[in-house]
Design a protein around this ligand. Structure first.
Ligand SMILES: [Mn+2]
Length: 260
């Protein structure tokens, strides 16, 4: 049976952030994820406890997201900033009892050659994975599709896995966002099945509009059982932009959360 966690940066955004925890719990979620806890780690720890929720995933600091940054692990000039961000993430892991941290590796830089950026990403990710391992957490690498994020340094599953091969650390895995894989690569289930042992987290949305299942081209009524059948027993982050009020978009979940 799939285990779903609510992404609070996408779901329940009708409410201010502190109220989304209660809304997720009321909708039946036992866990949540969101990219950036750093502005209020203590407050979020209290909210998780108050509402009996687990924190499943957050991201390493991503740089200036509003300005278009999606991490900066490929920038050799920002190694110190990267390592400071890992330190913040380790503190948040401990405070929030979270066991997965996603690294967005950055947008390719035109002023630096590929080998330099590749080596910088590998070195930074290895550092992050080792620090997170000491705190009992896993590092994840998430490909972002090239349509939404042109120039992303790890735009495909293949490329993210090659980075992870070079990182060569036991606790670093792939974050398989079905939306990004469908939008950027296709061949969703075969790619999942082939790599299931290297997948540390899954996220879902329909494609191409990134709304709830049933609004696009992905057959989640078949995809979710297939993911289950592959032996994946980790969390599945619900990371879509609700078309309508969040609570009214959760009907697709019913067959997977209650006994038939
Ligand atoms: Mn995602």
């Amino acid at each position: 049976m799939p285990k779903f966690c609510a992404n609070l940066a996408f779901l329940f955004t009708e409410r201010p952030m502190p109220e989304r925890f209660a809304a997720a719990r009321a909708a039946g979620f036992a866990a949540v994820e969101f990219p950036s806890p750093y502005e209020n780690v203590d407050g979020y720890a209290d909210l998780l406890r108050e509402h009996g929720l687990c924190m499943v995933l957050f991201n390493l600091p991503m740089g200036d997201f509003a300005a278009g940054e999606r991490g900066f692990a490929n920038d050799p000039q920002r190694r110190e900033e990267f390592r400071a961000g890992v330190g913040e993430a380790v503190r948040a892991v401990r405070r929030l009892r979270c066991t997965r941290v996603n690294a967005l590796v950055g947008i390719r830089r035109a002023d630096l050659d590929e080998p330099t950026q590749w080596a910088t990403v590998v070195e930074n990710l290895r550092y992050a994975a080792r620090r997170l391992d000491e705190a009992g957490a896993m590092l994840l690498v998430e490909p972002l599709n090239a349509i939404d994020t042109p120039g992303f340094f790890a735009a495909t599953t293949t490329r993210a896995l090659r980075l992870l091969d070079d990182v060569g650390v036991r606790n670093a895995r792939l974050q398989f966002d079905c939306y990004h894989v469908q939008r950027g690569e296709g061949n969703l289930l075969a790619t999942f099945a082939r790599n299931v042992e290297r997948i540390g987290h899954v996220q879902i949305a329909d494609s191409p509009e990134r709304h709830q299942p049933g609004t696009g081209e992905l057959a989640y009524e078949r995809i979710l059982p297939a993911i289950d059948a592959c032996g994946y027993d980790g969390w599945i982050g619900v990371e879509y932009r609700p078309l309508g009020l969040t609570e009214e978009t959760l009907g697709w979940m019913a067959p997977f959360t209650s006994p038939a």
